[in-house]
Design a protein around this ligand. Sequence first.
Ligand code: NAD
Length: 505
Amino acid sequence: MQTLGNFIDNQRVASQSTRKAPVYNPATGEQSLEVSLASPEETRAAIASAESALTGWRTVTPLNRARILFKFKELIEKNADEIATMISKEHGKVFSDAKGELTRGLEVVEFACGIPHLLKGEHSLNVGRGVDSFSLMQPVGVCVGITPFNFPAMVPMWMFPVAIACGNTFVLKPSEKDPSVPLMLAELLKEAGLPDGVFNLINGDKEAVDVLLSDERVQAVSFVGSTPIAEYIYSTASNNGKRVQALGGAKNHMLVMPDADPEQVVGSLMGAAYGSAGERCMAISVAVCVGDEVADNLITRLSEEIDGMKVGSGLAHREVSHQEEAHMGPLISQQHAAKVREYIDSGVEQGATLLVDGRTRVSADNQQGYFVGPTLFDQVKPGMRIYEEEIFGPVLCIVRVDSYEEAVQLINKHEYGNGTAIFTRDGDCARQFCENIQVGMVGVNVPIPVPMAFHSFGGWKRSLFGPLHMHGPDGVRFYTKMKTVTARWPTGPRAGAEFSMPTMK
Ligand code: NAD
């Protein structure tokens, strides 16, 4: 069986670690390979490689850094089908969804290609007579990315293109559950001409992470994953003096107003709740309906749509001709599928009405994989575990409220604040919602309002620890240190220029 190791100094390096983790194809339940879990020494070797590449890389001009990223973009496009197949094999999401993930990641590469423009900084002429002030946006140093299983290509690409474009070097610690794609990205960066040591990759678990969080050569840590780990990463790395952005879990609500377009609501909810088997941090897991009529109509339409859903391997249509692509694939692991089923049990025990039971909707030929079918609950109330906790599976909860105000209060009270959406035709109501909702990313008749790469991505409350979001302007701020220079020259035509601060008088 193939064993994956690390990528250090632009080389795949076999790991000497005796600790390994299995990697499965979640659609079949078969183990496809194993991954070594890096030792502290191996992790330190990756940091050392990034540290030694720093001096050379930060002096490469932004234009030339961008040229390497342009080449990287071309290579990803050339290999897109292979990468998407790899994502689908290890994560389980359907092929078109995997391609979509890659596109969203590529958009960050495209954004980072504009780095000469993004690093221009600020300039003030004549802050005093003959005295100018300007800013330098300099790299922070060795940066670390720790990423989750659910977007093995996109989430690493939220981080490293911007980090390296800004002149930093990078160590990525991807999820040990689907490690093949990040390694392939490392190979493509090398092929694009990235110098040795600028990008390194360590496959590992907590043992490797703890080294990354404490090593004094690491200056910045970007994390995406579950909230308990995000909180741990944020406090540990901050205590060790590093700048940190740690994105956590979510429970995203869609508010459906009585005047919403019903077709649009149902079409949007089907994709937002069940796409990628609900394993998206921006998935909608709660539909908040204003009034019983809205809820009853929605349930009728949703139930019909769910009946027509095809659940199965995300690649079957590419392997067998004349098959249509499945709408939804399996969950990442047997343990996770069991956990999602337990949540469904708990919803029933705590008094919610189970309208569609995904535990029983798995076809005979999918029994070996980690499938849970689409699930729909009505009469869900705050306090129930299925409402309060992140399930990260294909389970949609309907909560009934009497008014817009009650809906807003409910959403604002939830501990997570990653994404939300309102569906309405009333511009004034939508405007109020955008202004008052305590959530980081808001959609108006858009179910999954993931910002484009040139804006920044991040939630509020316990969905993000740290002040800066990912990519876009915040990404550039996170990966640069601002230095402000105030300068005058003693000779030349402006000799005798004056600049006095109030404190100098
Ligand atoms: P996870 O928290 O289990 O793992 C994330 C990363 O942390 C992995 O690389 C993992 O190896 C590492 N890790 C796990 N346990 C650790 C520990 N005890 N100490 C140090 N490192 C540890 O998350 P996951 O299951 O891979 O991903 C799903 C979660 O990610 C969900 O909660 C989802 O909402 C969240 N997520 C959030 C966003 C966002 O933008 N907010 C995006 C994608 C995923």
